[in-house]
Write a protein that binds this ligand. Structure first.
Ligand code: ADP
Ligand code: AMP
Length: 214
């Protein structure tokens, strides 16, 4: 099963993907998480990505596409995967379609577009904390951890992303509307898009996602 979670930064893709990937027993591939891992490891790719991420801009298509196509070719993706944060441009979407067609593995089964207003997105990004070990997301008000400052799942420390600052978050939303939103129409035309109202509780969004993927 090949699933894409499409939505603006803060729409809840990561939150939903954590539980969904367990339930469907398929890999969760988050492009932003991969770039942050590269940064933590101090690789050349990490250093390159950092320059764009700290400004709230997209990392160039060429390197992003190469990283993701490499990642989905690994053994843990053989049964399928949930893409979170990729594709983010039409060029990335086209490259993914072409790669899947070339491998003859079947195309994208379903794209779930999680729709949330910009005002709500800024509130969510401003209160987001993620864990050091695996980037599990929390929110100070909407989804607090059981123990302050600690991840419920792996116990690692929580921190706020520098690019969740208000200024950079606003820039990321602008980039989303310009470069990523056109993908909604692209997948609608392919007949694989389901729109879900993301401005409901985490549990309700999860139920809607589950029915979209049945
Ligand atoms: P994305 O991966 O799309 O950037 P996240 O899953 O990290 O988004 O969620 C962004 C923030 O919003 C996090 O702090 C998360 O706890 C919170 N959040 C996620 N889903 C909901 C929801 N349905 N209602 C309220 N807050 C949510
Ligand atoms: P995210 O964790 O999804 O919010 O992504 C954080 C940042 O990583 C983005 O603001 C971009 O700079 C970069 N990034 C993540 N995914 C992509 C992508 N598909 N294309 C380009 N840049 C990306």
């Amino acid at each position: 099963m090949h699933v894409i979670l499409l939505g603006a930064p803060g729409s809840g893709k990561g939150t939903q993907a954590v539980t969904l990937s367990k339930r469907l027993a398929i890999a969760h591939i988050a492009s932003g998480d991969l770039f942050r891992e590269e940064q933590a490891k101090g690789t050349e790719l990490g250093r390159l990505a950092k320059q764009y991420m700290e400004r709230g801009e997209l990392v160039p298509n060429e390197v992003t596409i190469k990283m993701i196509l490499g990642r989905i070719g690994r053994a843990d993706c053989a049964k399928g995967y949930i893409l979170d944060g990729f594709p983010r441009t039409m060029e990335q979407g086209m490259a993914l379609d072409a790669a899947l067609a070339k491998e003859g593995k079947g195309g994208i089964d379903r794209v779930v577009y999680i729709k949330v207003s910009d005002g709500e997105l800024l509130t969510r990004l401003g209160g987001r904390w993620i864990c050091r070990a695996a980037q599990h997301p929390y929110h100070v008000v909407n989804n607090p951890p059981k123990t302050a400052g600690k991840c419920d799942i792996d116990g690692s420390a929580l921190y706020q992303r520098a690019d969740d600052s208000e200024e950079t978050a606003r820039k990321r939303l602008e980039v989303y509307h310009q470069q990523t939103a056109p993908l909604v129409q692209h997948y609608k035309e392919q007949g694989v898009l389901t729109e879900v109202d993301g401005q409901q509780s985490i549990e309700k969004v999860a139920l809607r996602l589950a029915s979209a993927l049945q």
